[in-house]
Write a protein that binds this ligand. Sequence first.
Ligand SMILES: NC(=O)C1=CN([C@@H]2O[C@H](COP(=O)(O)OP(=O)(O)OC[C@H]3O[C@@H](n4cnc5c(N)ncnc54)[C@H](OP(=O)(O)O)[C@@H]3O)[C@@H](O)[C@H]2O)C=CC1
Ligand SMILES: O=C1OC[C@@H](O)[C@H](O)[C@H]1O
Length: 371
Amino acid sequence: MVFNLRWGILATGGIAETFVEDLLRDPTGRGVADVTHTVAAVASSSSKSSADSFVQRLQIPQPCATYGSYAEAVNDASVQVIYIATPHSHHFQHAMLALEAGKHVLCEKAFTVNAAQAKILCETAMKKGLFLMEAVWTRYFPLSIEVRRLVQTGAIGEVLRVVSDLSIGDEPETTWNSDHRMINKDLAGGALLDLGVYALTWVFQILYHTLPRSQRKAPSQVTSHMSKYPGTGADEETTMIVTFPTTTPSALPGRTSHAVAMTAFRVATDPDNRGSAGPSIQIHGTKGHIQIFGPAYRPERYRLVPSSEAGDATTIQDVHMPVPGGARGMFWEADEVARCVRDGKLESESLPWDESITIMEVMDKVRQQGG
Ligand SMILES: NC(=O)C1=CN([C@@H]2O[C@H](COP(=O)(O)OP(=O)(O)OC[C@H]3O[C@@H](n4cnc5c(N)ncnc54)[C@H](OP(=O)(O)O)[C@@H]3O)[C@@H](O)[C@H]2O)C=CC1
Ligand SMILES: O=C1OC[C@@H](O)[C@H](O)[C@H]1O
C-alpha cells in the first residue's frame, strides 16, 4: 500500500522552490515505491498572488490551495505536514504556529536560533503527538547512510578525528545586500547558523550518531574562533574544535575523539568546483580514512582509504553516488518524513530531537565564545 503525504509549504523563497521541485518528482525515479507526495497548499506571508505565481511557476498539480498568510495554511484541513522555509529567525514562531494547529512539521535548518527554542518545539511536538524534524537533508543521502554504516561496521577502525568544512568563497560586500538573510543579524544571519550547521552535521553523524543511542554523549569541550563581517556584525568565519567524551568500548581506553568543523564566506572548501583542493570531510580512523567530496550539504562521492596494514593502494574504494535525475536531493528527507508520519513516529531516527538540540547547544556555546 502506497502512503501519500499532503504538504503545506510556508514561504515562497529560494529553498521552498527547490524543495517543491524535488517533491514533485516521481519517487520511482529514485527507486522509492512506498511513499508519494502531494503539495496541498502554498502560503506566502507577502501576498496570495505570490503563492499563486509559485504554484504556476512550479506547475504544481491542482487542487493546491494558495494563501496570503501562514495561519490560513496551517489551518487547512487537507494539509498533514508543514514545510517551513522561512529565515532562521522565524523558524520557532512558524513551527509553533503549525504545531499549535495540529500539523506535523519539517523545519529548515538551522532548526531555531538557539537550543532553548529547539527544546520548546520538541516538547510541544511531544505533548501534541506530532512529528517534528529539522530539515538537514544531507542525513538522508544514500552516501551519508553508507558512510555511517561503514563507520559502524568498523571499516576504518575506531574513529578518532573528523575534519569537516563548508566554506563558499563569496565576498559578503559584493555578494549580498546588508539586509540579506545570509548576513542580516535580524534574520539570524551568519556563516555558523547557515553553513556551519552542515560541518557540524558531519561531526555528529560520525562521532555521535554512529554510537548506540544510550552511549551518545554531548561534547565535553567546545572551543572556537569567530570573525565578524564588519558590514553587519554577523559571523563570516567560524572554526570549532569539538571534543567528545570516550564512549566506545575502545581498544584505546580513555581516548577521546574530536573534530574540527569549519565554515567561512570568503574562502572556499572547493575553490575550482572540481574537488582539486581535496575532500570537504575527512574521517580519520585507526584503520584508515574516509574522504567525502562535494559540498558538505550535498555529498556525491567518497573514498575509503584503508591504512597500509589493512590493505594496499588497490583496496582504495572510490565510490560515486550522484543524485538521480539532475535533482537537488531533497526528496530523500521528504520520503523520511512520509514514512515517519505513516508509522506514527514523532521523530526521525536519523536525526532525533536530542541530536538537533545538542548541535544547537554547541552553536550556542560558539556564539557565546564569539561574543
Ligand atoms: N536545505 C537547504 O539546502 C537550504 C536551506 N535553506 C534554509 O531555508 C531558509 C530560507 O532560506 P531561503 O529560501 O534561501 O531564503 P529566501 O530569502 O529566499 O526566502 C525566505 C522566504 O521566507 C519568507 N519570509 C517570511 N518572513 C520573512 C522575513 N521576515 N524576512 C524574509 N523572508 C521572510 C518569504 O516568503 P513569503 O514572502 O512567500 O512568505 C521569503 O521569500 C533558511 O532557514 C535557510 O537556512 C536555504 C537554502 C538551502
Ligand atoms: O542550506 C544551505 O545549503 C546551500 C547553501 O547554498 C545555502 O546558503 C544554505 O542555506
